[in-house]
Design a protein around this ligand. Structure first.
Ligand code: NAD
Length: 332
């Protein structure tokens, strides 16, 4: 994908900002449409002066904002989202953004005859694994309002392909981690939260023995994988998992982080009672992704964690300030 006019919704967010960097590096012109509710200018700092970047502060639920951002754009990457935890507290608000916002994006993309609508879904649409690894044929069993909205987003995308001939590709990342990830309060994810705690010599909490597994993919690998998918015509009008196909236990994550900070895991990993209903295994099937693109995520867990720590150390906050934000109990 080179020399294209592209719009990225949610382009100031965690994954979006990495995609925008990659797209600009390949000589594309990129418009970011983000309301900065959770995205940060900081994530776009290094590319802020790039003449090929245009940032529009706007809301995907506002059709005029979408029309403005999508004007003259050939390809849409649709990533804007409110997250799972917010959906438990505010399901209607999250539905408005994910479902109504997506419908706005699809309508404008269709009216503009875009070449491709890249729909960013989530492995959350699969719910608890009915079998492992979860491939693209796994049933959609959304267990949270977020996941239900993401299923609606995917179905609307599919339907616009069938009804109006809009070319689309749906990518479904599994658990991403890396620089620009969220560590604050309820919004924070496991790896960044553990890093902030380790920076402050605070215990890293695991539930039970920490034998729960997830398919963690380094965010830059995910962004590169998404571009490989998009560059391949065989991936049109298909759903593709973006994952490593490898299971990692939460305990191993905690141990790797302790190791980076020379903390004794026997002292700093704190076991708490197992959580009822905790998903014990979560593993993506990436055979289809590999078959279509030949792509294999390159970053090892240790490298990825080390790069994430380096990013945290580069932030304009002290470890104590990061910790205060980590334990924040409000929604902001
Ligand atoms: N983070 C993960 O591990 C993960 C896993 C699977 C799938 N995904 C998917 O990846 C995509 C990006 O997620 P992320 O983790 O980068 O999230 P993020 O919260 O970091 O980024 C989302 C961006 O959307 C923006 N946004 C929110 N509401 C908006 C609105 N109404 N109008 C315009 N912009 C709005 C936010 O400000 C933010 O910058 C989403 O589609 C998500 O479902 C993420």
């Amino acid at each position: 994908m080179q020399n294209k006019n592209i719009v990225v919704t949610g382009g100031a967010g965690f994954l979006g900002s990495h995609l925008v960097h990659l797209l600009l590096n390949k000589g594309n012109k990129v418009t970011v449409l983000d309301d900065f509710s959770h995205g940060k200018e900081l994530h776009l700092k290094e590319i802020a002066d790039n003449p090929n970047l245009k940032v529009i502060k706007g809301d995907i639920t506002n059709i005029n904002n979408v029309k403005e951002a999508f004007e003259d754009r050939q390809i849409v990457f649709h990533l804007a989202v409110l997250d799972l935890r917010q959906s438990i507290k505010e399901p209607q608000r999250v539905n408005d953004v994910i479902v109504d916002g997506t419908l706005n994006c699809l309508n404008v993309a269709r009216n503009n005859n875009v070449e491709l609508f890249v729909n960013c879904s989530s492995s959350e649409v699969f719910g608890t694994a009915q079998y492992i690894p979860m491939d693209e044929k796994h049933p959609l069993l959304p267990e949270t309002p977020y996941a239900a909205s993401k299923v609606a987003q995917d179905m609307y995308t599919f339907s616009f392909g069938r009804t109006y001939g809009l070319p689309w590709t749906t990518v479904r990342p599994f658990n991403m981690y890396g620089p620009h990830s969220h560590w604050q309060g309820y919004r924070g994810e496991l790896i960044p939260k553990m890093i902030v705690r380790a920076m402050n010599k605070q215990p890293l909490v695991i539930f039970g023995e920490g034998e729960q597994t997830r398919d963690f993919i380094y965010v830059e690998d995910a962004a590169k994988g998404i571009l490989d998918v998009v560059n391949n015509n065989a991936c049109r009008n298909k759903n593709i998992n973006i994952c490593t196909g490898k299971e990692t236990t939460i305990r191993r994550i905690a141990e790797a982080i302790c190791n980076e900070f020379s903390l004794d895991p026997n002292v700093y990993i704190q076991k708490q009672a197992p959580r009822p209903g905790d998903v014990m295994r979560h593993l993506g099937g990436n055979s289809y992704f590999k078959e279509l693109t030949g792509y294999i995520p390159q970053t090892t867990l240790e490298e990825g964690i080390s790069k994430t720590i380096a990013w945290f150390k580069s932030l304009p906050y002290t470890p104590e300030e990061l910790l205060k934000q980590e334990v924040l109990r409000s929604w902001e």
